[in-house]
Design a protein around this ligand. Structure first.
Ligand SMILES: C[S@@+](CC[C@H](N)C(=O)[O-])C[C@H]1O[C@@H](n2cnc3c(N)ncnc32)[C@H](O)[C@@H]1O
Length: 195
């Protein structure tokens, strides 16, 4: 299943996928403005738009994606932007290339579609510093198909069981009018909001 998802994502990068807007969302800018620049990893970075934004604002950035074509495109964009970043083809449920820790893990549209979320969270715990943040965006599941992407309530219970505290939450709708959510999770216990 993961192989087929990977193939499908890779194939999508032969053209410009719908999500690849080239625009950094205001929620990431807000995080950047309110936190000192440090080390960040973009999990499922696609063609690297947000890797570039983070690098331009002083962050030391790593981007990973399991679609080789996404990483190839990201490398080209990063070179053209004149910034430096580490880019790897890797799976968020394994992170074989990642040996260091990060103050920020960014995930825009990846985690909500990952089949083995428990393995993703195990890796996240390994690569986040003890006071690290996880800035997460995704939409909620609207299709009944078991493999369809999207959050289900059990995902948030799983996250909360993993030493992560919900620090802020903003609900909205995506371009396809699906309910979607921005969440900021912190490893350090902080002010919790209702889920
Ligand atoms: C909806 S796209 C979003 C891309 C990028 N974050 C953006 O905002 O443009 C989801 C990305 O996650 C990647 N992805 C999905 N599952 C993954 C996994 N298990 N490991 C690594 N990358 C994954 C896909 O290849 C795709 O590039």
């Amino acid at each position: 299943m993961n192989f087929l998802r990977r193939l499908a994502f890779n194939f999508s990068y032969f053209r410009k996928p719908t999500w690849d807007s080239g625009i950094t969302p205001p929620e990431l800018f807000e995080f950047i403005q309110t936190h000192p620049a440090a080390r960040a990893i973009d999990l499922g970075c696609g063609t690297g738009t947000n890797v570039i934004t983070l690098a331009k604002t002083g962050w030391q950035v790593t981007g990973i994606d399991f679609a080789p074509l996404a990483i190839q495109n990201a490398k080209r964009k990063i070179k053209n932007a004149g910034v430096e970043a580490n880019l790897f083809v890797d799976d968020t449920t394994q992170l074989k290339n990642i040996k260091t820790q990060f103050e920020l893990a960014l995930d825009i549209g990846c985690f909500h579609g990952v089949q083995n979320k428990a393995d993703y969270l195990t890796q996240l715990d390994r690569i986040l510093t003890p006071s690290g943040f996880w800035l997460l965006y995704g939409f909620f599941k609207t299709e009944p198909r078991p493999s369809a992407p999207g959050f289900v309530p059990a995902d948030f219970e799983l996250i909360a069981s993993r030493n992560l505290t919900l620090l802020s939450r903003k609900d909205s709708f995506d371009k396809k009018n699906r309910p979607a959510v921005w969440m900021l999770w912190g490893k350090q216990t902080g002010k919790q909001v209702d889920k």
